[in-house]
Design a protein around this ligand. Structure first.
Ligand code: ZN
Length: 160
């Protein structure tokens, strides 16, 4: 069975950046199970998997625009330290949920200088090429219920 819209696909994958560092991997664990055509995966990877089948291995290089987006300098902001009331030790690397115009988003503190704190709302992988090594382990048709929910049920998916 070939991967198409509405396929439930199981993959093992390894994600590396252009420096060769492993960012994420399913190695040693359960495969990732997703529903094709419902935005469960980043667009560039989903596109590359169309027409493939169980047993296929492929390497996919995803452009930032097809991955987590380009790095947007407008998402980097300076805020006064007093905005972090209740946080005793504000320092670079801390991650927060912030309310933005498009709903909640994750921001990371990148710099603390005196009373000013620099926060970056870009996805950690924004602006990066993503290199996936993928092995497809299973392809099946989605159930009506899975299609109605827009996600996979059972092993590797939602249990509810
Ligand atoms: Zn569900």
């Amino acid at each position: 069975m070939q991967i198409a819209e509405r396929s439930v696909v199981s993959i093992h994958y390894k994600l590396t950046n252009d420096a060769g560092e492993t960012l994420d991997s399913s190695e040693g664990g359960e495969p990732l199970v997703y529903l094709q055509g419902f935005g469960n995966l980043i667009p560039g990877l989903e596109k590359a998997l169309v027409g493939k089948q169980a047993g296929d291995r492929l390497n996919v290089r995803v452009e930032p625009s097809e991955g987590y987006g380009d790095h947007d300098p407008k998402l980097i902001q300076q805020v006064p330290r007093r905005a972090f009331q209740g946080v005793s030790d504000v320092k670079a690397g801390m991650r927060f949920q912030a309310q933005g115009p498009n709903g909640p988003s994750s921001v990371v503190i990148t710099r603390v200088a005196g009373d000013m704190v620099t926060v970056d709302g870009n996805h950690p992988l924004a602006g990066q090429h993503l290199n996936f090594a993928v092995e497809i382990t299973d392809v099946r048709a989605a159930s009506e219920e899975e299609l109605a929910h827009g996600h996979v049920h059972g092993p590797g998916g939602h249990h509810h």
